[in-house]
Every structure is written in C-alpha cells, then in structure tokens.
Design a protein around this ligand. Structure first.
Ligand SMILES: Nc1ncnc2c1ncn2[C@@H]1O[C@H](COP(=O)(O)OP(=O)(O)O)[C@@H](O)[C@H]1O
Length: 190
C-alpha cells in the first residue's frame, strides 16, 4: 500500500525495526478503521507515518522543533521523545505531502492523546499500543478491549502509561491527563 518512495524514505529515516513497528501500526489501524467505520486509507497513512519523526538524536529533534516553530512545553522539555508526534505531523505535511488535517492531527497526538479525540486519533493511539510486535504485560487485554470498547481501551492504555511514567519518576503530559479525564467523564454519562 502507498508508493514505494514513501516506504523507502521512512525506512531510511527511522530504521528497519521502527519501520516494522510502523507496518504493524498501519495494519492494526486498517483493521480498527474497518471495524469502527472510519476511512481506511486515512488510518493506513496515519499509522504508517505516525513515527516518521522518531529519532534518538536530541539535537536533531530540537533543531526541527525550532525550524517548524513548535513551542516545547515543560513536560516535552523534560522528555524530548514526546516531541516526535508534533514534529511528525510537520514532516508528514512537508516531506510526505499529507494535507489532510485529520491525518496530521492523529500523527501529532499519537503519543499523548488529547482532550476530545476523533475516532481516527483514538485508532492510531491504540494501534501504536497494541500492534503485533508489542510485547508487555497487559497488551492482550488492550488488544481485546480495542475491538470491544475503543474508549475503554484508551483509558486502559493511558492508565498503564501514566503508572509506568510515575514509576520511572517522570512527568505526565497534561494532554494525556485531559484525554483520560474526558474519556472517563464521557463514560460516566453513558
Ligand atoms: N503521556 C505521557 N506523558 C509522559 N511521558 C510519556 C507519555 N507517553 C509516553 N511517555 C514516555 O515517552 C517515551 C516515548 O513514548 P512512546 O513514543 O509511546 O514509546 P515507544 O518508543 O514505545 O513508541 C517513553 O519513555 C514513555 O514512557
């Protein structure tokens, strides 16, 4: 799916392991999009490109953030890995010619989530968490939940991530707190 140059460029930029993870996210996103009645091509593109800015090179990330005018909040300054979402949306637009704002937003918020997420944003967020290469305690439960109750699967993934970050002594991104609170409040009104 998609032109060869996209795959070749992505592989060169992020390396074969991260590329294989991206293919897993793309395939999982397509399945979820079919299941939840979302445009499959949009889900496939967002899934494939979600990590297009993933880089271990902190100087490179900071340079790109500066070039694209991305303002780093305090949590991102503390953990530069968190900026690959916002930078990824810019790279998808500028280098992979993606114009669809829904796709770009799904790439932008795939790590933190955000308040009041679209279904496409939710699909990319959870596909990143459950794609077949992921192996960690709780992933099977998340895989099951994703096809039973999408919102519940996001709450489950966010709870686990929040606990993991707290146990590692890190800072929780506020967008994740807002995303989780929003989902929990919506659930309580059902
Ligand atoms: N909501 C969050 N708030 C703070 N840190 C987070 C959050 N989500 C993920 N992280 C941390 O950011 C880093 C990158 O996360 P992510 O891109 O999801 O990892 P992965 O390499 O597994 O795809 C990890 O160290 C993770 O613990």
């Amino acid at each position: 799916m998609f032109e060869d140059w996209i795959h070749e460029k992505l592989k060169t930029e992020i390396g074969i392991l991260r590329y294989n993870h991206s293919i897993g996210v793309m395939e999982t996103s397509i399945k979820l999009a079919k299941y939840y009645g979302v445009n499959e091509k949009s889900a496939a593109l967002a899934g494939l490109l979600h990590d297009c800015a993933k880089s271990k090179d902190k100087i490179k990330l900071l340079k790109m953030a500066d070039e694209f005018g991305i303002i780093l909040d305090n949590v991102m300054k503390n953990n530069l890995e968190l900026i690959h979402g916002p930078i990824g949306a810019e790279i998808a637009k500028r280098q992979y010619n993606i114009e669809d704002k829904k796709i770009l937003s799904a790439i932008q918020y795939h790590t933190t989530g955000k308040e009041d997420m679209s279904i496409l944003e939710k699909i990319i967020f959870i596909a990143d968490y459950i794609e077949p290469n992921r192996k960690f305690k709780g992933v099977e439960e998340a895989r099951k939940l994703a096809f039973e109750d999408l919102d519940e699967s996001l709450i489950y993934a966010m709870d686990n991530t929040i606990k993991f970050v707290i146990n590692s002594g890190g800072l929780i991104h506020l967008d994740t707190v807002k995303a989780r609170n929003y989902l929990k409040i919506e659930k309580s009104l059902e």
